[in-house]
Design a protein around this ligand. Structure first.
Ligand code: PHE
Length: 427
């Protein structure tokens, strides 16, 4: 078998990890939550949750991946052969495969809206099954092609191109949006701290969002970390990833909300925000200078496509790594097989928004949290402390002081955080 690939540099690690982290959640959930839960205060609490609660979960998954340098199932076979912990491996491959089946449908919608932005003929947001399926196939095929090129020539190269591009696009859109007449109200919505909104529910939402945004609980960080070389400091690259992800979410807020308020529309969350509200915003600006409206709409949907694609690539890679390493089939065949399975799994979701919602709810509320809980319990309580220390300090050469804090957070705080997310999902 060919030699196992590794990411080429620290920048490559952070770009690939930021690629999975920055996704639809940054566009359609974070900006809305900031406004709903009290502006700047929510941003502060989000940062607190992301770095002190979700990042330790990220480190737990990184330890599993980098320690074994294997796909998620192979990793658990190496670390805890013939034990209950195999469940973690299997779950880590199953969950992303289910999630990508509907994530790629949304990716397909953004391709459709990108195409429509050239004529600014946005229909009502009611994607009909066959059209959605067509665009889903296009989106999935593109994502699989990137994965088929491999870790260096595919994932790494694509991420190194797309992450800087995404930041440029979102800054351009934010500048444009902030200069629209009436944008001020949108800025207020995002920054005005409203202390009365502080409550348990708000903290749980910030925590849940940071967890989802870092792509935890689905084998992705295990798999991507297995491509991180032994010399790389996984703590620093994890921090870099969380910084990039948080920064992008805040920028997305400043790109979206001022425009929404300028157009006099009530903000919402979820697909409605980017596929229903924003097209109105863009068409509303169109009459004065229609090409500007089209251009901004096209740039915006381009950034949604790219952000969704770097995430779907990571979801697909988890299954592909498993097929290539455990079943010893070629990468291209593994990609074909995975996309076929994903497409079939997604068929019901394409045609029924009810099933779409159910699959989304079950995988995000149950599978993800269960997977993450197993990962932190395994690394925090089952693995030997010396082994965890060895990974997180690179054999004692880095993070020697912070290790104690990280280990404490990982053992005690991370499991509690996951239970809070799980419970709050059902309230
Ligand atoms: N982290 C991504 C986001 O914030 C979400 C995601 C979920 C990515 C699942 C990959 C897999 O949008």
């Amino acid at each position: 078998m060919a030699k196992r690939e590794s990411f080429g540099s620290r920048a490559a690690v952070i770009m690939a990890m930021a690629g999975t982290a920055i996704g639809l959640g940054n566009f359609w959930r974070f900006p809305y939550m900031v406004g709903e839960y009290g502006g700047a205060l929510f941003i502060l609490i989000y940062i607190f949750c992301a770095f002190l609660m979700s990042l330790p979960i990220f480190f737990a998954e990184s330890v599993i991946g980098r320690r074994t340098r294997a796909n998620a199932i192979g990793a658990m076979k190496k670390l805890a052969p013939h034990s209950f912990w195999q469940v973690l491996g299997w779950l880590s491959v199953l969950t992303p495969t289910i999630i990508v089946s509907y994530y790629s449908i949304v990716g397909g919608w953004s391709v459709q809206y990108f195409a429509e932005s050239f004529g600014l003929r946005f229909g009502e947001f009611d994607p009909d099954g066959w059209t959605a399926l067509g665009f889903n196939v296009i989106f999935l095929a593109l994502s699989c092609m990137i994965v088929a090129f491999g870790v260096n020539a595919g994932i790494e190269k694509f991420s190194k191109l797309s992450i800087p591009l995404l930041f440029c696009l979102i800054v351009i859109i934010a500048i444009y949006s902030l200069n629209m007449p009436g944008a001020k109200e949108g800025v207020q919505y995002l920054v005005k701290p409203d202390l009365s909104k502080f409550n348990g529910r708000m903290v749980a939402s910030a925590l849940g969002q940071s967890f989802y945004s870092l792509s935890l609980g689905m084998g992705i960080i295990i798999t991507y970390s297995s491509y991180v070389s032994k010399e790389e400091d996984i703590v620093s690259s994890g921090v870099g990833t969380a910084v990039a992800d948080t920064l992008f979410a805040i920028l997305a807020g400043f790109a979206i909300m001022p425009a929404v308020f300028a157009a006099g529309i009530e903000p919402s969350a979820g697909p409605g925000l980017i596929f229903q509200t924003l097209p109105h915003v863009f068409s509303a600006m169109a009459p004065s200078a229609s090409w500007v409206g089209s251009a901004i709409a096209a740039l915006f949907f381009l950034s949604v496509i790219v952000a969704a694609m770097t995430s779907s690539v990571s979801l697909i890679e988890v299954g592909v790594a498993f097929l290539v390493e455990e079943l010893k089939i070629s990468r291209s065949l593994a990609c074909l097989l995975t996309s076929f399975i994903v497409l079939v799994l997604g068929l019901a979701s394409v045609f029924s928004s009810k099933i779409f919602g159910l699959v989304d709810a079950f995988s995000s509320n149950v599978l993800l949290t269960f997977g993450a809980l197993l990962a932190v319990l395994f690394v925090g309580w089952k693995m030997k402390r010396e082994d965890v220390q060895d990974e997180l300090t690179n054999g004692g050469t880095a993070n020697r002081r912070s290790f104690k804090v990280i280990y404490f957070l990982l053992r005690y705080i991370a499991p509690i955080a996951i239970i809070v997310i799980f419970v709050s999902n059902f309230i």
